[in-house]
Design a protein around this ligand. Structure first.
Ligand code: PBG
Length: 325
């Protein structure tokens, strides 16, 4: 008989494996990102994201209702804006008659129990396709903050629960916190896109919103994928400025960053399992090259194991349906 340690004993049956399982993903961990379009009875599949649709407000309400029944309670809603409504200053982003803000209000009125997260950035409404204001070919930081402040206030007025600043301007968390507090919205949280990288994994999302930058790239505001320590600076600032959650984005290629922030912060860590990460799995599954369901579960598990408390994922509905008890 060999005298060796035998870790395999703890893998010998389903029952034993379940007992020693260290990480579990539940539907409560997930936030479902949804794409809203103007109009009625419209449902358009995003070509690069099979199974994900742009929905008009009537169908969005139905979708939220269906997801709530599946146990999903948190939703991140993004607007896809037609070109004719875009301008340099993203004016539609704080027009309370515009379809995005009107629908947010409707959702909160119909489903007050749902946690609604909004997107704070200029790109869906900007004719330049950038997250900030463009002047002489540059993205200007401090003038952008004023626009983000108006946008955030208009969103808070609809009754939403959490603001999601995804723009990466300096000082925006503190600025938004101040605007919220001064206007009596002390209850509205901020889930900051803290370590958001200039990533190639966002392309399907930009298809969904038709929001690709009209010139250049986002490298002067989003982080360099080569950098790790810099994520700690962003985390330090967002924490000091009053963020309630810190987010890492994308997730799968940045698991080390998720762990880094988890180990260095007491705030809940969110990870955004972005569009390209979804599309890769879907495409490979469609070709029969991967077992889509299996790698979806493995991916979400890995993100949680890395340290994410909350996961934004386009797989949320599929996962919830599979796990519905
Ligand atoms: C932009 C924004 C992006 C995403 C969320 N908000 C894309 C970008 O920075 O160009 C990407 C989400 C995804 O890929 O799923 N404010």
């Amino acid at each position: 008989m060999l005298n060796i340690r035998r870790p395999r004993r703890n893998r010998k049956s389903e029952a034993v494996r379940a007992m020693v399982e260290e990480t579990k993903v539940t539907t409560d961990d997930l936030i479902f990102p949804l794409f809203l379009i103007d109009g009625k009875n419209k449902k358009v599949e995003v070509a690069s994201m099979p199974g994900i649709f742009r929905l008009s407000s009537d169908l969005m309400l139905k979708e939220v209702e269906e997801c709530l029944r599946l146990g999903i309670r948190a939703f991140d809603i993004f607007p896809a804006v037609e070109d004719q409504f875009k301008d340099v200053h993203a004016t539609k982003s704080y027009d309370s008659n515009f379809f995005y803000l009107k629908t947010l209000k409707e959702i909160k009125q119909r489903f007050p129990e749902a946690c609604i997260i909004t997107d704070v950035a200029m790109d869906p409404y900007s004719s330049d396709g950038h997250d900030g204001l463009v002047k002489d070919g540059k993205i200007v930081n401090d003038e952008t903050l004023e626009i983000l402040g108006k946008m955030a206030l208009a969103q808070a007025e609809t009754g939403i629960d959490i603001l999601g600043p995804s723009d990466m301007m300096d000082g925006r968390v503190g600025y938004l916190r101040q605007v919220l507090d001064q206007n009596g919205f002390t209850e509205v949280s901020i889930m900051s896109y803290t370590a958001k990288y200039a990533s190639g994994f966002y392309n399907p999302f930009r298809d969904a919103l038709d929001s690709a930058p009209k010139f250049g790239d986002k490298k002067t505001y989003q982080m360099n994928p080569a950098n790790r320590t810099e994520a700690l600076i962003e985390a330090e600032l967002d924490t000091a400025e009053g963020a309630d959650f810190l987010m890492v984005k994308p997730a799968l290629a940045y698991l080390d960053i998720i762990r880094l922030l988890k180990d260095n912060s007491n705030l809940p860590i969110a990870a955004y399992n972005v569009s390209g990460e979804y599309s890769m799995i879907k495409a490979a599954a469609q070709k029969g090259w991967l077992d889509g369901e299996r790698v979806m579960k493995e991916s979400l598990l890995s993100i949680k194991r890395a340290g994410a408390d909350v996961i934004l994922t386009y797989f949320a509905k599929e996962f919830a349906a599979l796990n519905k008890t």
